[in-house]
Design a protein around this ligand. Structure first.
Ligand code: ADP
Ligand code: MG
Length: 419
């Protein structure tokens, strides 16, 4: 860790950090600040909650304060995959820029264009945007990106996952060629980064404790469960046992998220859900209610919750085992943020055991078993375990040759894509 003073930040920024109560840099900030200050391009991956937002906003502000020449703004552009992340980033920006004249404006999809065009006329120094709508404005010549000196792609891997690759390409092509590029991502190994990295100029690559390390402040547990009905009762019991005031429950499908949320509400818990099909307006409202404590439980799908910085989540429950180790890390990243302690509990039924075991191996940890009195599952775990921790299955019977006709050759084994 280091102090912010060591990074030669403008006094107006130090004051803002003081207001926020940030005393020391996080590791990601400590490593990123000097590289960005040098003007180098940077690709950085660090686990969720490691303070990446301030790691790119602070040096951007510092640079614009040092060099107050005003080419025609905007001079900074921050691209993010979702509205919620963009709004969150704007909030951090405004706090960090509070004692300066540097302004920022938001460009988001799902909202009327008119106010955004009015905002652009006011010439904000920095634009924070989701790619789709910004691309429209670029296409209609409503925004001129030719003076962009610093371009940030935050959650770049997610942006690609969501199919924004070509849109981002087009936006980048409209930016000033002499700019600094900063790319932030949960992992630097994503396929298809090739396209985006084309735009980077000899970037420094920083991987600060990779996504799978460093969640030691989170207690990771699992509960054996049966069907969804049983899981629902377990969720309610866990929230009561933990006396948790801020709970995230993760589901794999939209329908499941809705069902679980309704069930919790019927048990008199203050719960609501967000997923990709909930309108933007509604999502914003739900998040505000969760942040302010009006809601106690937020049930979400992975996409809807990715990257959201909701403070003080004391319990994360995986209603279903996530599809991949990275999804798991993103889910549990909601708790134990900025070195606080947290608890993450995964509900596992017989069909999900092996998936949980893969995630444990990926993270190189073992989840601690937890039982709830009176709600023990009929499923007691695999009878025998392989060395890997997976269930040792009963060998599949070979198909009798007599039944397999020549025409219906057994199909080639289809490998499921690893996500
Ligand atoms: P990431 O983008 O890496 O997931 P965020 O930028 O959202 O992380 O930051 C996570 C949390 O840590 C936020 O609540 C933020 O206000 C807080 N934070 C960031 N930097 C510091 C710091 N230097 N000291 C204390 N808290 C910080
Ligand atoms: Mg972030």
């Amino acid at each position: 860790m280091s102090t912010f003073q060591e990074h030669h930040l403008d006094n107006r920024l130090l004051r803002a950090l003081d207001d926020l109560g940030f005393q020391e840099t996080t590791e990601a900030q400590k490593q990123a600040l000097p590289i960005i200050a040098e003007g180098r391009d940077l690709m950085l991956s660090a686990k969720t909650g490691s303070g990446k937002t301030a790691a790119f906003i602070l040096p951007m502000l510092n640079r614009f304060l040092l060099d107050e020449r005003c080419g025609c703004p905007p001079r900074g552009l921050i691209l993010l995959p979702t509205r919620e992340l963009a709004i969150q980033t704007q909030k951090m920006f405004e706090k960090l820029a509070a004692h300066t004249d540097i302004t920022c404006g938001l460009i988001l999809g799902g909202e009327p264009s008119k106010p955004q065009l009015a905002m652009l006329k006011s010439k904000p120094s920095v634009v924070i945007a989701t790619p789709g709508r910004l691309f429209e404005h670029v296409g209609n010549a409503r925004i001129d990106l030719s003076a962009i000196a610093v371009l940030v792609l935050d959650e770049a891997d997610r942006m690609l996952d969501m199919g924004f690759s070509e849109t981002v390409d087009a936006i980048v092509a409209a930016c000033n060629k002499e700019r600094q590029n900063l790319l932030f991502s949960a992992t630097l190994k994503s396929k298809g980064f090739g396209r985006i990295t084309r735009f980077l100029d000899n970037p420094v690559r920083l991987e600060i404790d990779s996504l799978r390390d460093g969640h030691s402040q989170i207690s990771q547990q699992f509960v054996l469960t049966d069907d969804d009905r049983h899981k629902e009762n377990v969720v309610a019991a866990l929230i009561a046992e933990e006396d948790a005031q801020h709970v995230f429950v993760f589901c794999n499908t939209r329908l499941q998220a809705q069902k679980v949320s309704n069930m919790l509400s019927s048990k008199k818990l203050r719960a609501c859900y967000i997923h990709g099909e909930v309108s933007q307006e509604e999502r914003k409202k739900v998040l505000e209610r969760f942040r302010s404590g009006v809601l106690q439980v937020l049930v979400a799908t992975d996409l809807a919750a990715r990257g959201l910085d909701v403070k003080d989540v004391d319990l994360v429950i995986n209603f279903t085992v996530p599809h991949s180790g990275d999804d798991h890390v993103h889910r549990i990243g909601r708790t134990g943020r900025a070195s606080q302690e947290g608890t993450a509990i995964t509900l596992v039924n017989s069909l999900e055991w092996n998936r949980m075991s893969s995630i444990e191996r990926y993270l190189k940890i073992r989840f601690t078993p937890r039982k709830i009195k009176g709600l023990e599952a009929a499923y007691t775990g695999p009878k025998k375990l392989k060395k890997s921790g997976k269930a040792a299955g009963v060998k599949k019977k070979k198909r009798s040759k007599a039944i397999v006709s020549k025409k219906s050759k057994p199909k080639k084994k289809v490998r499921t894509k690893k996500r």
